[in-house]
Design a protein around this ligand. Structure first.
Ligand SMILES: C[S@@+](CC[C@H](N)C(=O)[O-])C[C@H]1O[C@@H](n2cnc3c(N)ncnc32)[C@H](O)[C@@H]1O
Length: 357
């Protein structure tokens, strides 16, 4: 058990309770340490040596006391962080490298482990299971998001070896397989922001729909909408179809497996009031498809991209404007823009909501 030497008040047993109440009132009672006693005295641990005024208060309340130092055991406390739980189990210089954040997708926790902590993967995984009783699996990111389907490799470091789960977001249920189809809980507010900006009666095209977090929420929040949800990844579309069923939005969300450009050209020209382009890596290459999908009278494009110190927000905006012009449309105005999230050191995902005519 962890012990520490601490300043304290030594009072006769008959005055123990009074001393604790008074020290607590003066905000100098150290609640992390256990009060000690012997046959005749009680030892009340204090946060600091009492000031002259505090000593006067003890005296004026009739306490007979001595101030001294003594060793106290710490109270057992449920650890609230990884650092607290792993203190003493990891070399102390590595505690500062512990992941500062954990992502939760359903009953799966995901962490990013710096190289120096890799040998302690399972120790960290077990600690996360202990801290979060509803978590069944802990995954460590084992690479960057990459490839056409925007997938990442994961290593199971504790719990059940699995990558699929059921996740809840804004009242919707999503079947997810992190190894097979893209999903990020860090986009949760963005899904909601865009979904709540949709108006009744709209036709929406979710060009890179994944497992459906924009499309399904739009259909849940609005009575009279039609959402075409396109993705090239067959696993994503399989999950998307399941999610449409479990959220009971059949007849409002239409999943389509295929390449965004081809699908628009063959089936969805001139039908959309709004197009969502959440493929930040490559969305610029699909502006022609988005412009073609909009109704002749125009509509809104939610355009996502990555910016960094050389490819700045301003540069990305200009590229977007140029691509719209080259597609035979015009930007009427930028309705809204923001940094959605940090994606790497000095790199951010951004969004532009643009009215295009
Ligand atoms: C960043 S994910 C976004 C998924 C979803 N919108 C979300 O917020 O979770 C991009 C998706 O685009 C899909 N994709 C990539 N290239 C595509 C293409 N040419 N046509 C349609 N979908 C594509 C990927 O399979 C991936 O699921």
């Amino acid at each position: 058990m962890f012990k520490q030497e601490n300043v304290c008040l030594k009072v006769p047993k008959s005055q123990g309770e009074k001393a604790i109440v008074l020290a607590n009132k003066l905000k100098i009672f150290d609640k992390n340490l256990k009060v000690q006693s012997d046959e005749k005295f009680v030892y009340v641990p204090l946060l600091q040596t009492p000031s002259k005024e505090e000593l006067e208060t003890f005296k004026s309340k009739g306490l007979t006391f001595q101030v001294l130092t003594q060793v106290f055991p710490r109270r057992w406390k449920h650890p609230s962080s990884l650092i607290e739980l792993l203190e003493g189990k990891l070399p102390p210089h590595l505690l500062a490298s512990l992941p500062k954040s954990v992502d939760f997708v359903g009953d799966i926790a995901i962490i990013e482990v710096p190289p120096e902590l890799k040998p302690y993967n399972s120790l960290m995984g077990e600690a996360i299971l202990k801290l979060h009783k509803n978590v069944k699996t802990v995954l460590a990111k084992a690479g960057a998001v990459s490839g056409t389907f925007r997938l990442r490799k994961f290593e199971v470091i504790a719990g059940k070896p699995k990558t699929s789960t059921i996740h809840k977001e804004y009242g919707c249920i999503y079947h997810i397989d992190l190894a097979k189809a893209y999903f990020s809980p860090r986009l949760s507010y963005e899904h909601y922001r865009v979904a709540s900006s949709v108006r009744e009666g709209e036709t929406v095209l979710d060009l890179f729909a994944g497992v459906g977090p924009f499309s399904i929420l739009i259909a849940k929040l609005h009575r009279d909408v039609k959402v075409y949800a396109v993705d090239l990844n067959p696993y994503a579309v399989e999950l998307l179809k399941k999610n449409v069923r479990v959220n009971r939005v059949n007849g409002k969300v239409y999943p389509i497996l295929g390449d965004a450009k081809t699908v628009v050209r063959e089936r969805l020209s001139g039908i959309a009031d709004r197009v969502i382009m959440n493929l930040p890596e490559r969305a610029l290459n699909f502006i022609d498809a988005a412009c073609k999908a909009l109704k002749p009278s125009g509509g809104i494009i939610h355009f996502y991209s990555f910016v960094n110190t050389s490819n700045t927000f301003e540069k990305v905006k200009n590229k977007f404007f140029r691509a719209v012009k080259e597609s035979g449309r015009n930007v009427d105005k930028v309705l809204f823009s923001r940094f959605v999230r940090a994606t790497a050191p000095h790199e951010w995902q951004i969004v532009l909501d643009v009215k295009v005519l």
